[in-house]
Design a protein around this ligand. Structure first.
Ligand code: NAP
Length: 491
């Protein structure tokens, strides 16, 4: 993983404690001392363990005036004092000596931790000449923006804070307690980061339940690219917690699925959800694939069995909300209400295949339209139906009362003004479904409703496929009501 890495070692004074819990540290990055003090109080209020005073962020910082104020007792939280120079990614642009003097003053004033960069640690220690107060722990930091150090380079005798920066390093910030990391950073909110890729402290504590993560905690997650928008971590973490399942669910931003699965091959990485663009590659990467998922060539759930083998399923197929598509139609109990209906699927990816397959199973006449026509043809051939281009779909209205299912990402946040089919062309459809569920009401659904169609939201599919995944992950029945409530109120 070519991602910037930040490694800090905490001096042996802290090493005496046997596997302490990973501390959640909030960086205080305000420009004015008064605001920084308010950040300390806010960090304490959300349950952080430490606050990092980033002195280099302060405008017109005067150590003798500002430090006694910032470190005044009683402090809301233990203080980690950092005065980061530009050459290590900070904002201080001056000589080392005044910087060192400010850090020594912070020690005298009772700061619990002081951070010093590895490159100048010897120089700083010489200046200290043994005068470091016993109660103050020294954090020696190294930020490598070029590459990730090897495992050998990371071998250590003292507690380590090992964090990978940027989006690809996100999991290193959440999984610290599993691997004995001394401390992890969580911000007070978006835009308050002191390094790229930091989660909020509230998410670490409440969403990822970091206090409950330990060496035995199983890791699950959603593999995708992009993946940051996914609501699955909110849903699965709360569902795990509700049944007392010792697991955490994280976003995995993955470029190459096969490489990812061979790297994260530990039994502790026990299961994955798969989303764009990896559902099809997932079929090839699994040792065994559920026959229906294999037939349509899309896997959205991967489970690592105790023997280490990866097994692929598709919970989109079995949990398609097809029943809702015709809930308003008069039904003959002996046949599916979809039987004989003309069912147009836009998209030929994982979700498109699941919808097309499910509708075909229920007796619908399925038509596939896709941007890449060859893929439309492949899917149409698989399920036995015609294929269209997206241009042809605009003028396609062989009959009234058709059903439309969008399974492309068109209209998904942030491109909320896009729609896969013009409002004019929607006139022949009685029911319109959109697999996109961010936003909850897409432009497609809004315009279809305006044209009088019954609309079905992608949220229902999301809830049902997630419940299917939960059952694969845990072997327990999904907490139906709780998962619905979370999706409807928190995502
Ligand atoms: P996928 O396998 O990568 O397939 C993406 C499909 O969208 C392909 O047919 C692709 O066409 C088409 N597409 C993508 N961008 C397009 C664009 N700009 N214009 C036209 N067509 C475009 O992805 P997927 O897993 O099927 O997911 C597709 C969408 O469904 C996503 O928005 C996803 O969030 C949503 N989804 C929702 C649920 C749910 O539970 N509600 C479940 C699964 C998926 P090409 O073949 O031409 O590339």
């Amino acid at each position: 993983m070519a991602t910037a890495m930040s490694v800090s070692a905490v001096t042996p004074a802290a090493a005496a404690v046997a596997r302490p819990r990973t501390l959640v540290c909030v960086p205080a990055t305000a420009r004015a001392p008064r605001e920084m003090a308010a950040e300390l109080a806010a960090a304490a209020a959300i349950g952080a363990d430490v606050a990092e005073l980033r002195l280099d962020r302060l405008s017109g910082f005067a150590p003798r005036r500002d430090l006694p104020f910032l470190l005044a007792e009683p402090r809301p939280l233990p203080a980690l004092v950092t005065y980061r120079p530009k050459w290590e990614g900070g904002e201080y642009d001056g000589e080392d000596e005044p910087r060192f003097e400010a850090l020594m003053l912070a020690m005298e004033l009772g700061a619990e931790y002081v951070d010093i960069e590895l490159k100048v640690a010897d120089k700083f220690m010489k200046l200290l000449s043994g005068k470091k107060p016993e109660s103050c722990k020294l954090i020696v930091s190294s930020h490598n923006y070029e590459n990730t150090p090897s495992a050998e380079e990371l071998e250590h005798q003292v507690p380590i804070i090992g964090l990978v920066m940027n989006d690809r390093g996100f999991i290193s910030r959440v999984l610290c307690p599993k691997y004995g990391g001394y401390l992890t950073f969580g911000t007070l909110g978006k835009g308050k980061e002191s390094a790229p890729g930091q989660p909020t402290a509230a998410d670490l504590i409440n969403l990822y339940n970091i206090r409950a993560i330990g060496p035995d905690t199983k890791v699950f997650g959603i593999i995708g690219k992009p993946v940051g928008h996914s609501k699955s971590p909110i849903l699965h973490n709360e569902a795990f917690r509700s049944v007392g399942f010792n697991a955490v669910y994280v976003p995995f931003l993955v470029d190459d699925l096969s490489k990812f699965l061979s790297t994260y091959s530990s039994p502790d990485f026990a299961g994955f959800s798969c989303t764009i663009p990896h559902k099809e590659a997932a079929v090839r990467c699994c040792d065994e694939v559920d026959p229906v998922a294999g037939d349509i060539g899309a896997v959205n759930t991967i489970i690592r069995r105790p023997d280490g083998k990866l097994v692929g399923y598709n919970t989109d197929i079995f949990n398609c909300p097809l029943d809702l598509f015709t809930a308003s139609q008069p039904t003959d109990p002996t046949t599916s209400p979809l039987a004989g209906r003309l069912f147009v699927v836009i998209g030929a990816g994982g979700a498109g295949k699941a919808l097309a397959y499910g509708a075909k199973e229920k007796g619908a006449r399925v038509v596939i339209a896709n941007r890449t026509f060859e893929r439309a043809e492949d899917l149409a051939n698989l399920i036995g139906g015609p294929a269209l281009t997206l241009e042809e779909l605009e003028n396609y209205h062989p009959e009234e009362g058709m059903i439309l299912a969008n399974t492309t990402a068109i209209g998904m946040h942030p491109n909320v003004n896009e729609t896969p089919l013009s409002k004019q062309a929607l006139k022949s459809y009685a029911v319109v479904f959109d697999a996109v569920y961010t936003p909850k009401e897409t432009r497609l659904l809004r315009e279809a409703a305006e044209r009088g169609a019954t609309v079905v939201s992608g949220l229902e599919m999301f809830i049902r496929q997630a419940m299917g995944q939960f059952e694969h992950f845990t072997g327990m029945p999904a907490p139906d009501r709780l998962m619905r409530d979370i999706v409807l109120t928190k995502t």
